[in-house]
Design a protein around this ligand. Structure first.
Ligand code: HEC
Ligand code: HEC
Length: 199
C-alpha cells in the first residue's frame, strides 16, 4: 500500500524537529561547562581545558567521574554531580562539542628543558604524550592545555590509586605503572619540571 505524501512530510518534519531539539538541548548545557573549562575561567573550581582532547577520552572521563574513579575530593564530587545530571546522549554530545573547542597552550616542555626533571619526562612520558603519532598510537591525551596544578594533582591521584580506569587498556596500565615506578627523587625532579613547564 502506498503511503500518503503527508506521511513522508510528517516523518521528515519530526526528524528535523527532533534533531533541532537535541542540538538545542546540548547547546543549553554548554554554558555550564564553559563557566569552568576555559584557560582563564574565573570559577571557584576552574577545570582543565577540554579542546583538542579526543571526544572518546572526554566521554570516558565523564563516565569515570560518574563511577567515582577520579578521586573523591570537592572538585571531583562536583564533576560527578554534574555528570549525574546528564543523560548518556547529552554526555556524548557535549564530549564532541568540547573536543572541538579551542585550546590555549599552557604546558610547554621548552619552558623547562634545562631542568633535571626534563630528562625524567623525556625518558618516561614524552613518547606517549608529546607527538601526534605517539598520542595516536597510545590513545594518550595531549597535556599542552593543562596547568601544573592540575597535572600534579592527576599524577598524585594515579600514584595513590585514586584515579583509575574501569577496564584499562595496555597503555593506560603502562601509564599508571610508570608513575608508580618512579623513585622519590625522580618524582621530585619531575614535579619541579612540571611546575616550571606548566605555568
Ligand atoms: C564549577 C566548575 C565546573 C563545571 C561547571 C564543569 N566542570 Fe568539568 N571539571 C572541573 C574540575 C575542577 C575538573 C578537574 C577535576 C579533578 O581535579 O580531577 C574537571 C574535569 C573535567 C574533565 C576531565 C578532563 C581531563 O583532562 O581528564 C572533563 C572531561 C570535564 N570536566 C567535562 C565537563 C563538562 C562536559 C561539563 C559541562 C557539562 C563540565 N565539565 C562542567 C570543573 C567544572
Ligand atoms: C604508555 C603511554 C603513556 C606513558 C608512558 C605515560 N602516559 Fe600519561 N597517560 C596515558 C594515557 C593512555 C592516559 C589516559 C588515562 C585515562 O584514560 O585516564 C594518560 C593520562 C595522563 C594524565 C592525565 C591527563 C588529563 O587530562 O587528565 C597526565 C597528567 C599524564 N598522563 C602525565 C604523564 C606523565 C607525567 C608521564 C611520565 C611520568 C606519563 N603520563 C606517562 C599514556 C601514557
Amino acid at each position: 500500500m502506498r503511503k500518503h505524501p503527508f506521511t513522508y512530510l510528517f516523518i521528515f518534519l519530526s526528524l528535523v524537529t527532533s534533531s533541532f531539539s537535541f542540538a538545542d538541548e546540548i547547546a543549553s548545557k554548554h554554558h555550564i561547562c564553559i563557566a569552568c573549562h576555559t584557560h582563564n575561567a574565573k570559577s571557584v573550581f576552574p577545570g582543565p581545558q577540554l579542546g583538542g582532547l579526543p571526544a572518546d577520552y572526554i566521554y570516558q572521563q565523564l563516565d569515570n567521574f560518574k563511577h567515582g574513579l577520579r578521586g573523591d575530593d570537592a572538585e571531583t564530587e562536583m564533576m560527578k554531580n554534574i555528570v549525574l545530571g546528564l543523560t548518556d546522549k547529552q554526555a556524548r554530545g557535549l564530549s564532541e562539542w568540547a573536543s572541538d573547542h579551542e585550546v590555549k597552550q599552557v604546558f610547554d616542555v621548552n619552558k623547562a628543558s634545562d631542568t633535571v626533571g626534563f630528562k625524567v619526562y623525556e625518558e618516561k612520558c614524552l613518547d606517549c604524550h608529546n607527538s601526534v603519532i605517539g598520542r595516536f598510537m597510545t590513545d594518550s591525551p595531549r597535556l599542552e592545555g593543562l596547568n601544573s596544578g592540575y597535572i600534579l594533582k592527576q599524577l598524585a591521584l594515579f600514584k595513590s590509586g585514586s584515579r583509575t580506569v574501569a577496564e584499562p587498556s595496555k597503555h593506560q596500565t603502562k601509564m599508571i605503572s610508570v608513575i608508580k615506578s618512579l623513585t622519590d627523587e625522580e618524582f621530585l625532579s619531575l614535579t619541579t619540571f612540571i611546575q616550571q613547564a606548566g605555568q
